[in-house]
Design a protein around this ligand. Structure first.
Ligand code: MOS
Length: 748
């Protein structure tokens, strides 16, 4: 924690406006698909119309005869990849392919929309037109698509989530725990598949210069793109540079590196010109992963007083024919409540789908829906207030590892959230409050999100120029969360300068390697490296001044020197950085900062906590659900920027509303195609759905997670919201809806 006190925070925490706000609204921010390159060619992807079988014939004659068509690439002529890296999450600092099946290496079709051809032409329109002239013949087999088809063929995988999480998690003896229970609650919860749909669809522009490849990619991790493409193409890392200055949202679908960046590079090499490959909105539904449909079965055992004796949490979900992937929905139920006996089991079945992927609060959002609805059912059964039930099962230690939380704040989240929301005095009886046609109810849930256990050294570079401006650099992209803004603040405080004189530069593999913007880890990881680089540079300048006979600070003890607005002061003596550099004839000064995250096995549980409250009105006749207000109380450690943090949390809470009431995609059982493939059909919450969202930030200090004690706010806002809303619907109507989204049909 010593590093924390060497900074006097003045910029950190302030509600600074986004540093990239103006370029974004004026259009001077260039996204990956907007990079103009001379002699650019355009690639259009063609997806399979069938979900299972083989491509047994391709007639490309009409397409290749079209003017401007440069290449038609299919499994018959696309160059083979060098090596398929294993599926490991992009958090791990290794290659992170979205799945281990690379398209167009053979004639097999595993899922609808799988890339089976790539048409390259001198304009995008010509490529698209020629693509529609391709004729494919298929040998089709019946697809596996639904939970009901998969139930009997399900297996327990050794591990999921790229090998990070075991397929079975146990402690104690769950059967004994359930036997000893006074009360048991058992229920099945289902959750429809979700698709991310960031406003900017994925795109890559590939440019070869000899044997050196430059990629402009819309990604959460430029290093992840670099490492993945390097392995797939067999091109050394040192010959691949990836730039991603801006990304228009992502939410997990740009965390793993799907096939299109590599396809763009292969196409560009083939035609000898730069190639831009932009996915269409429709292709975003079949090319970059999704949150899998799932069914969760929860059994809780408790004493009369409401103390949990056992938690059993099973999940069934479809995965691709080649990878064991499920989002880790059972993590939080194993950790967050005091309970001696636990059993979590993932069951998967192979279906005709691409490998699912990370999607905002990947696992926590869906797992918490099941757990926190079951807790509400238990509270109802016992006649204990839902907040009180959570407090009775509060734990100071991670219930799975037994290690104390590095920091918590969860009790305060319940208490202050409840006070703000006006929870006390709630009549627990369902269907008793009515306002005209509307039945009114309230519900709550716990929110948690793990502090991601990243292991790689985090690096950043700080450079101060003699003109008094500074730039701090790290490779990470900012996909819209505000990374560039908050890191400017961290850099300014670390250097002892004003934010106006500091600039954060990012989104380029030529800059120091650092975590991708994934897993709510960006703020903690990147701030650690930026803080370390900035304070290293400040230390270097202070040491130089006190050793310099020409400096007014000569002979001062470096620990007595404070720096504000670029001026070093010790007692009555002071000197500006710029004067020090100029007097010494130096154009600039530079330092590299490195921070090594705590090892995975440190004896602490690391988790961010919060509590969600919601009030709904349900039209008794029509089944309409309106969320009238929501309160979230969160303890995310140090808040780097009050405005961007709130906007992340508010966005998360509103997304939770969408999960509760709107978001769903279903596969047509006969064709294996997604029912929704546009923003007109795939429903998300809009302003008219958005109620008042009230957010309370609870301060907790954390000396363990990273130097500034930042636990992150990217995903926790979404966790628990759907459960709070479903619980409120029960309170309003007396009806338990155990599926998401909750639709009108469920309440008629
Ligand atoms: Mo997060 S699912 O890495 O956007």
């Amino acid at each position: 924690m010593t590093t924390m006190h060497t900074t006097t925070p003045s910029a950190i925490g302030q509600p600074l406006d986004r540093v990239d706000g103006r370029p974004k609204v004026t259009g001077s921010a260039h996204y990956s698909a907007e990079i103009p390159l001379p002699d650019m060619a355009y690639a259009y992807v063609v997806g399979s119309r069938i979900a299972a079988g083989r491509v047994c014939g391709i007639d490309a004659s009409a397409a290749t005869a079209e003017e401007g068509v440069l290449a038609v690439l299919t499994h018959e002529n696309l160059p083979r990849i060098a090596e398929q890296p294993p599926l490991v999450p992009s958090l791990a600092g290794t290659a992170a392919p979205g799945q281990t099946y690379f398209p167009m290496q053979d004639d097999i079709v595993h899922y609808a929309g799988q890339q089976i051809a790539l048409v390259v032409a001198d304009t995008w329109e010509r490529a698209q037109h020629a693509a529609h002239l391709l004729r494919f013949s298929y040998e089709e087999t019946a697809p596996v698509t639904t939970l009901d088809q998969g139930r009997d063929r399900a297996y327990v995988p050794e591990s999921i989530f790229g090998g990070w999480i075991p397929g079975r998690i146990e402690r104690g003896d769950v059967e004994a725990g359930l036997r000893d229970a006074d009360v048991r609650v058992e229920a099945t919860y289902t959750y429809a598949a979700n698709h991310h749909n960031p406003i900017e669809p994925s795109s890559t522009t590939a440019h070869w210069d000899g044997d050196t490849l430059l990629l402009y990619d819309s990604t959460q991790g430029v290093n992840a793109t670099q490492m993945t493409v390097s392995r797939l193409l067999g091109v050394p890392m040192s010959r691949i540079r990836v730039i991603g200055h801006y990304a228009g949202g992502s939410f997990g679908c740009k965390a793993m590196i799907h096939a299109h960046p590599t396809l763009a590079a292969l196409a560009a090499r083939e035609v000898g010109r730069p190639v831009k490959l932009a996915l269409t909105r429709e292709q975003m539904f079949t090319s970059v992963g999704h949150r899998e449909e799932q069914e969760q079965h929860v059994t809780l055992g408790a004493t009369r007083e409401g103390r949990l004796t056992a938690v059993r949490h099973h999940k069934l979900s479809p995965t691709s024919p080649f990878d064991d992937w499920a989002e880790p929905s059972l993590g939080t139920s194993s950790q967050i409540y005091a309970c001696p006996h636990y059993e979590g089991v993932y069951r998967l079945f192979r279906a005709n789908t691409m490998t699912p992927t990370f999607m905002r609060a990947p696992g926590e959002a869906s797992g918490m829906f099941a757990l926190e609805c079951a807790m509400d059912e238990l509270a109802h059964e016992l006649g204990v207030d839902p907040v009180e039930l959570r407090l009775r099962n509060y734990t100071d230690v991670d219930a799975m590892s037994g290690f104390p939380w590095s920091s918590s704040g969860l009790r305060e989240c319940y208490e202050r959230g409840a006070r703000r929301f006006g929870w006390s005095g709630r009549d627990p009886r369902p269907a008793t409050r009515r306002e005209g046609d509307w039945l009114i109810g309230t519900g709550m849930a716990t929110a948690t999100y793990p502090v991601a256990p990243l292991a790689n050294p985090q690096r950043a570079r700080a450079r101060l120029y003699a003109d008094g401006t500074a730039v701090v650099q790290a490779a990470t992209p900012d996909f819209g969360t505000g990374v560039a803004t908050v890191m400017t603040q961290v850099a300014a405080d670390g250097l002892g300068m004003s934010v106006e004189r500091c600039r954060f530069e990012n989104g380029d593999t030529d800059l120091p390697n650092i975590a991708a913007a994934v897993g709510s880890a960006g703020a903690g990881m990147i701030s650690a490296a930026v803080h370390s680089a900035a304070t290293a540079l400040r230390g270097q300048l202070v040491n130089k001044a006190v050793a310099d006979a020409g400096s007014p600070l000569h002979g001062a003890d470096p620990v007595d020197v404070v720096v504000r607005d670029g001026v070093m002061t010790a007692g009555t003596a002071s000197e500006a950085y710029t004067d020090l550099l100029r007097r010494n004839g130096r154009p600039d000064a530079e330092a590299l900062g490195q921070w090594n995250p705590p090892a995975h096995d440190i004896p602490y549980g690391m988790m961010t906590f919060g509590a969600q409250f919601a009030e709904v009105a349900v039209d008794a006749e029509l089944g309409l659900v309106r969320v009238r207000r929501m309160t979230g109380a969160f303890a995310p450690g140090r808040v780097l920027n009050a405005k961007t943090a709130r906007s992340q949390l508010m966005g998360g809470m509103l997304w939770g509303l969408g999960q509760a009431l709107l978001e769903a995609n279903h596969m047509a059982p006969d064709t294996g195609r997604w029912a929704n493939s546009s923003l007109a059909e795939y429903l998300v919450a809009v302003n008219a759905d958005a109620p008042d969202v009230d957010i309370e930030l609870i301060e907790v200090e954390d000396d363990i997670v990273n130097p500034l004690g930042v636990k992150g706010v990217g995903e926790i806002g979404q966790v628990g919201v759907a459960a709070a809303i479903a619980n409120a619907v029960h309170h309003a109507t007396g009806r338990r809806v155990r599926k998401l989204p909750i639709t009108i049909e469920d309440l008629l």
